[in-house]
Design a binder for this molecule. Structure first.
Ligand code: ZN
Length: 184
């Protein structure tokens, strides 16, 4: 749950960063930035701001803004019937992002998910992406990522996105953001 004002604030902060780094975006796109708190109510630690540029039955293109040290929690994009699941390429546009996937655990990883949720982070093979670097994830691959201390802007290019079907490791997560309307 997130309050309407916190939601708006996160939208505006993300929009400001996207404008500042010079990506050509329309006002309507910036106003439609989705804020995901994953139902955890701790947006600064666990969350993401997502601008969808293209979302069809075949492909999706999104910009993901993470604030400093903000973590997008561990999840995978499962098979859905005949669809093998979302294959996703993450490309860093600005800042630094630490991406974690299955494989040998990286000693002394740079990422540090919220302490009280640490047990829900199970893959620790680290890839550090700087601007212009990217990683491609096969469908159903567990992954999570965290911004460096300045935040980050990351492109997500993928096959069909079905966000509500994403499977998160943390059982407390609810993918649909619930906005709490404040006093009248
Ligand atoms: Zn993903």
């Amino acid at each position: 749950m997130i309050t309407r004002s916190a939601y708006r604030q996160a939208q505006q902060r993300a929009a400001q960063l996207l404008r500042q780094i010079g990506i050509a975006l329309r006002d309507a796109e910036l106003e439609a930035i989705a804020v995901a708190d994953f139902g955890l109510g701790e947006l600064d630690e666990s969350g993401a701001q997502i601008l969808t540029l293209l979302d069809t039955a075949e492909i999706a293109a999104k910009l993901i803004v993470l604030f400093p040290d903000q973590t997008l929690p561990e999840h995978r994009h499962p098979r859905l019937g005949d669809y093998p699941g979302k294959a996703e390429t993450l490309r860093c546009e600005w800042g630094v992002v630490y991406v974690y996937t299955p494989g040998p655990a990286t000693p002394n990883p740079l990422g540090h998910p919220p302490n009280h949720r640490r047990g829900t982070y199970t893959v620790w093979h680290e890839t550090v992406l700087h601007p212009g670097q990217q990683i491609t994830l096969a469908p159903n691959t567990l992954h999570w990522f965290q911004a460096g201390s300045q935040g980050c802007v990351v492109w997500s290019f993928s096959s069909r996105a079905v966000d509500v079907q994403d499977v998160f490791t943390d059982p407390d997560i609810v993918r649909v953001t619930v906005i709490e309307e404040e006093g009248r």
